[in-house]
Design a protein around this ligand. Sequence first.
Ligand SMILES: *Cc1c(COP(=O)(O)O)cnc(C)c1O
Length: 359
Amino acid sequence: MTRTRAATLEVDLSAIAANTRLFADTADAALMAVVKADGFGHGLADVARTALAHGATWCGVTSLEEAVAVRAAGVDAPVLSWLNPVDWDVETAAAHRVDVAVPSVRHLAATHADHPVRVHLHLDTGMARDGAAPDEWPALVAAARRAEADGRIAVVGVMGHLPFADRPDPAGLAALLHGVDLAVRAGLRPSLRHLATTAAALTDPSTHLDLVRVGVGLVGVDPSGSTRLRPALRLTAPVVQVRRVPAGTGVGYGHAHVTDRATTLALLPLGYADGLPRAASGRGGVLLAGRRRPVVGVISMDQVVVDLGDDPVEPGAEAVVFGPGDAGEPTVADWARWSGTIPHEIVTGIGPRVRRSVR
Ligand SMILES: *Cc1c(COP(=O)(O)O)cnc(C)c1O
């Protein structure tokens, strides 16, 4: 029996390498590894280095802080940061050679001829979220042209983002191409047009253009449901306590579960502070000694109880909370379904108390 001293999250870099190669082979464009949110919870430096060694040629992040962390990981490839405040730090961007997405004229005020930076103009292609609204775009391209003439920026790209993971979006593509057209007519020469993320990279080659930005797919999640990717995480926890209880025993806070027969309960040292969603209470399960065991009662902050029935285990036995699914263990997708969310929220939500182990 494998024993572990603590709850452990294993990151399988070979899965990330295989997924990266699949995207590099599928896309008719350059591949950007999106490593925001600590590499979708898998480790920013490890995901960045692994992806760049297996076909990615860019890194993408939301903030300059993350971009600096990518550089600190020894990455020399181009890095783009796209969710910056209006007073973003142009000196940091220039010093670390970070490309910056610019969604508004106000964001250009931070630029300076002493610290020229490469810019990707960011157009909202249909989400009413980040990027310039279409009616602000002509003013943005005109201001960017002036900033370029002043030697403050070089406009190298135009980016958009698609709202749908599960269907083609010709309107989003048309909006981006129209935006590029206006930029070119204003005198700009953006050579990198980019729009697609994981779902469109897998399902809609017309959106690939010059660069695809892939995040969650590298770590094995396919929001389009079209492709088998390799999950890269395995979460385990050792059984802390085992006890036999009679029928009618209330388990955990509020006695949300009451045993309907005599049974054996096992305690695991993992709770919602560790990323086990409380909303999965009464639905989730784990693999323990070769069998699925249901979570019973409410998932607490630090701990959770599973029902072993009449097939007990010893304290110290290792429960597999989720993994790739090869051995019958639940997957991240199962936990997402049990808690009414998407796999992205599970993988980015594992708490800091969980030990990380990379292989
Ligand atoms: C998160 C993000 C991505 C990556 O999307 P995935 O669906 O995870 O591949 C790409 N581009 C932008 C702007 C993002 O915010």
